[in-house]
Design a protein around this ligand. Structure first.
Ligand code: PMP
Length: 442
């Protein structure tokens, strides 16, 4: 039965938790009751410093009053508006504000409710774009090993994580993958972008030779692969991928669900790395994690290709009941104002040195085999226990949790992605706590 006092633990039976070892969790639950700024408070009232911005999303810190008020105000004025054949002013205003931040040319915005939906939308846009301009033979989609693009069928098909794929049948047909860029033998402990591996982009040339480029619609990559361990693009890699796409008329999609909204030191990683994709997916930081919302940014030429039929035709047969939801638009507009007023979208570049140096000081501690960083995202890779991959990092996570610091682990990599409002003292506390946990893990 649900309790009426928030400090009581509710029954944990019914909730089937996503991406969670349910039975293990329910033996020792970690319940969050409140959040503000850089901190969570647990159900028992313990304060926890947030080293991961919730789940790479609360970039402006928790419970920002302006965002809270904007959502409440919007709910009282216009709670819902149908998005098909109808609109509301905030959706248009938000799109205009967003395209002021995107790289030049990414001038059109399609709203979704999550990163996974953004990915599906971008893949469908790519296929349909080629179709409407008479290149319907371009049906293949190319992803990358160790890519994470959400959990819907398109996303797990182009994604490169075996555990997310193997239970779900044959997935989308006509999908291929290029290799990932993780190369510890050549790049371990690189500070920022690693030097080696630009040539891995040439895998796309090999796939063009194998299938013929005229069958390939798009390639999708995360500029920085987050969920599989904070893997940075080697210097020159994204440029090379862009050049191959241009050479063969293939659309380049950047999945910026994690890297978007200031994580790498610019509004988008496309700007940090100086490469502009044709389509870009975002979510998470768009609303500071407050209300579910995602978006796809598209080049005008892609959008315009759909605008050629009879006036009354539905130009792109795709969308969601909650696309451009008024509450999400209000949250996003208030989030963008907060980012702008506090210069948060470039704050990660100012803290890149301090954060990177703090993380790289972990080199030499027990089990640490690599450290990777850019802006305010970092990965500390640990040597796995021989028969239990992921367990060592998870034990470190549990230890940090006990010490009042929330980190995240993916496989045997500890991932850090704190809110962009973080101060240097917070960075030092997170890394000191992590260092203590690593020593104890020895
Ligand atoms: N793409 C990337 C790169 C992601 O990191 C994520 C989520 N971490 C997604 C897509 C999926 O987003 P969501 O969980 O909002 O569906």
């Amino acid at each position: 039965m649900t309790s009426d006092r928030s400090t009581d633990t509710p029954s944990l039976d019914a909730h089937w938790m996503p991406f969670t070892a349910n039975r293990q969790f329910k033996q020792a639950p970690r319940l969050l009751a409140r959040a503000e700024g850089m901190h969570y408070w647990t159900q028992e009232g313990r304060q926890v410093l947030d080293g991961v911005a919730g789940l790479w999303c609360v970039n402006a810190g928790h419970a920002r009053p302006r965002i809270v008020q904007a959502i409440a105000q919007q709910a009282s004025v216009l709670d819902y508006a149908p998005p098909f054949q109808m609109g509301h002013p905030q959706a248009f205003e938000l799109a205009e504000e967003l395209v002021k931040l995107t790289p030049p040319g990414l001038d059109k915005v399609f709203f979704t409710n999550s990163g996974s939906e953004s990915v599906e939308t971008a893949l469908k846009m790519a296929l349909a774009y080629h179709h409407v301009r008479g290149e319907g033979s371009r049906t293949r989609l190319i992803g990358r090993e160790r890519g994470y693009h959400g959990v819907n069928f398109g996303g797990i098909s182009v994604g490169g994580i075996v555990g997310n794929r193997k239970l779900f049948g044959t997935l989308l047909s006509g999908v291929d993958h290029i290799r990932h860029t993780h190369d510890p033998a050549r790049n371990a402990f690189s500070f920022g972008q690693p030097a080696h591996g630009a040539e891995l982009a040439d895998d796309l040339e090999r796939l063009c030779a194998l299938h013929d480029a005229s069958t390939i619609a798009a390639v999708i990559v995360e500029p920085v692969a987050g969920s599989t361990g904070v893997l940075l693009p080697p210097q020159g890699y994204l440029q090379r991928l862009r050049a191959i796409c241009d050479r063969h008329g293939i659309l380049l999609i950047f999945d910026e669900v994690i890297t978007g909204f200031g994580r790498t030191g610019q509004p988008f990683a496309a700007q940090t790395f100086g490469v502009t994709p044709d389509l870009m997916t975002v979510a998470k930081g768009l609303t500071n994690g407050c209300v579910p919302m995602g978006a796809v940014f598209a080049k005008s030429a892609i959008h315009d290709a759909f605008m050629r039929g009879p006036e009354q035709a539905i130009e792109f047969p795709h969308g969601y009941t909650y696309s451009a939801h008024p509450l999400a638009c209000a949250a996003a507009l208030a989030t963008l104002q907060t980012y702008a007023e506090e210069n948060l979208l470039t704050r990660a570049s100012a803290l890149h040195e301090h954060f990177g140096r703090a993380l790289h000081a972990l080199r030499g501690l027990p089990h640490v085999v690599d450290v990777r960083n850019i802006g305010l995202v970092g990965g500390v890779e640990l040597a796995p226990l021989p028969d239990a991959p992921g367990k060592r990092a998870f034990d470190v996570f549990l230890d940090c949790w006990e010490q009042g610091v929330l980190i995240r682990t993916t496989g045997d990599t500890v991932a850090l992605s704190p809110p962009l409002i973080i101060e240097k003292a917070h960075i030092d506390r997170i890394v000191d706590t992590l260092a203590g946990a690593l020593r104890r893990a020895a």
